[in-house]
Design a protein around this ligand. Structure first.
Ligand code: 0WD
Ligand code: CA
Length: 420
């Protein structure tokens, strides 16, 4: 592993939106073709003949081999706005929760358990917020989202998909996931597809039966953020304060994956405090904790599983670096290391049978094409529920006015043409 201590930001704001530098147009075409060709080898139709009425049950394969083709076009993500959630989870259309990265000491010795009992306010995980915060942001910023083609038509949004970054991360890692399935609810409204996760039964059971040790380890990640971040550009971190996981700063980015125009939001831990740092998202820093690596086997697992998740999560919004705190069994951070997202694919190259960025992106692209093709009814109370379990294909079912409907009435009202 390329071991280096955390250091000041890369001078280059250049992003490699494809790991190899060959032209992108041909790739986009490839995916477009996949989108429209019914004979595509990894879309299975269960109907007998193609002449029949639209097939009832369609599935999408998730096998890695089906996605080993050229890297798809992924436009450099552009930040179009941001929002904050305060200590009571209230929404603000501004950056008040932004924090600033502070370089740690050589041997930090952060105690990640400090404050677990007594200085910890935990977000209520029983409250399902779905896309609500993003929708509030859209309503508050509609004027700047107007389509360049029809600036007067205030109704349709000029995006094919609106979702959380975290949902896209799950899609990127699906071809390599062997443990946890997912449920994604999709609603087509004014020709934009909204994607919102539904907690699986298995995930709910796991959450409700989380062992005490795991609860504490979840706290460690947030405590590490507190050791590494200051509230102001000129201040220092305050580890004596309360850790409140209601608080969040989220970036909203727009980008395009082949022919899919995307708008998504993701939580950002902190930014470079240097006023001369590149503009967002290039100045953002993702913070992580991980068990310290002592054996070749641990190193291999770190490359194969952790780096996949870290890469997928930060690559999507164009966050260029992850700063990782490696901790011992007792939750003491023993070293801190910076990983450049653009160098991760090099780092894993020698790992046998390892994950590939191109497989992740091509699967995500084909899943979005699959959703576009299947979720055809434009109706805010209809949900297409896409479902996946490891070692299986993606399937879906359709639900009208069900428990799965997730677009709130206030949003539908706000976004329905009323001549204003
Ligand atoms: O209700 C839900 N099912 C979800 C809500 C699922 C995913 C996200 N959210 C919302 C929350 O409002 C949260 O503020 O998303 C926000 C974060 O979105 P994201 O950036 O798309 O999520 P993700 O990339 O999975 O996680 C980023 C960070 C995590 O940090 P680490 O270093 O562990 O990746 O957001 C936090 C966590 O700190 N986080 C969450 N915060 C609130 N609710 C959630 C969650 N469900 N999941 C992760
Ligand atoms: Ca983090």
């Amino acid at each position: 592993m390329d071991r280096h201590r955390s250091r000041s930001p890369v001078t280059s704001s250049h992003h490699h939106y494809s790991p190899n530098k060959r032209g992108d147009n041909r790739r986009a075409k490839h995916c477009d073709a996949a989108h429209f060709t019914p004979t595509n080898h990894h879309w299975h139709q269960s109907s007998a003949t193609p002449e029949q009425t639209p097939p009832r049950s369609q599935t999408l394969c998730t096998r890695r081999e089906a996605y080993e083709r050229a890297f798809p076009l992924y436009k450099q993500p552009v930040e179009v706005g941001c929002f904050s959630l305060d200590s009571q989870r209230r929404f603000f259309n501004d950056s008040r929760q932004m924090r600033y990265y502070v370089e740690p000491d050589r041997s930090p010795n952060f105690d990640l358990s400090d404050g677990y009992r007594g200085r910890y306010v935990k977000r209520d995980e029983n409250v399902k917020e779905k896309l609500d915060h993003i929708l509030r942001w859209i309503v508050a910023n509609r004027s700047k989202l107007k389509s360049k083609l029809s600036p007067d038509a205030s109704c349709p949004l000029d995006f094919d998909f609106v979702t959380w970054r975290g949902h896209l991360t799950k899609l990127l890692t699906t071809p390599y996931e062997t443990r946890e399935g997912w449920l994604l609810a999709v609603t087509r409204f004014n020709d934009t597809l909204y994607i919102s996760e539904v907690e699986t039964e298995a995930a709910r059971r796991e959450r409700e039966n989380r062992p005490e040790r795991n609860q504490e380890m979840m706290y460690w990640g947030y405590k590490f953020e507190q050791y590494m971040c200051a509230d102001k550009t000129y201040s220092e971190p305050d580890p004596s304060g309360v850790v409140n996981t209601n608080e969040a700063f989220c970036t909203v980015v727009q980008t395009r994956l082949t022919d899919h125009k995307l708008l998504f939001s993701g939580e950002v831990d902190c930014r470079d405090k240097d006023p001369d740092a590149p503009p967002p998202p290039a100045c953002y820093v993702e913070l992580k904790t991980s068990a310290e690596i002592c054996t070749p086997k641990q190193r291999s697992n770190f490359h194969r599983f952790k780096l996949l998740k870290w890469w997928a999560q930060s690559f999507l919004p164009g966050v260029p670096r992850v700063v990782a705190g490696f901790r011992d069994h007792d939750g003491i951070v023993v070293s801190v290391e910076t990983f450049q997202i653009s160098k991760i694919s090099q780092l894993i190259k020698n790992e046998y049978n390892c994950w590939k960025p191109t497989v992740c992106m091509n699967f995500c692209c084909d899943f979005l094409s699959f959703v576009k093709r299947e979720a055809t009814e434009d109706n805010p109370s209809v949900v297409y529920l896409f479902s996946w379990e490891p070692h299986k294909d993606v399937t879906y079912s359709v639900h009208r006015d069900s428990q799965y409907s997730f677009l709130p009435d206030w949003y539908i009202k706000e976004m329905t043409c009323s001549g204003e």
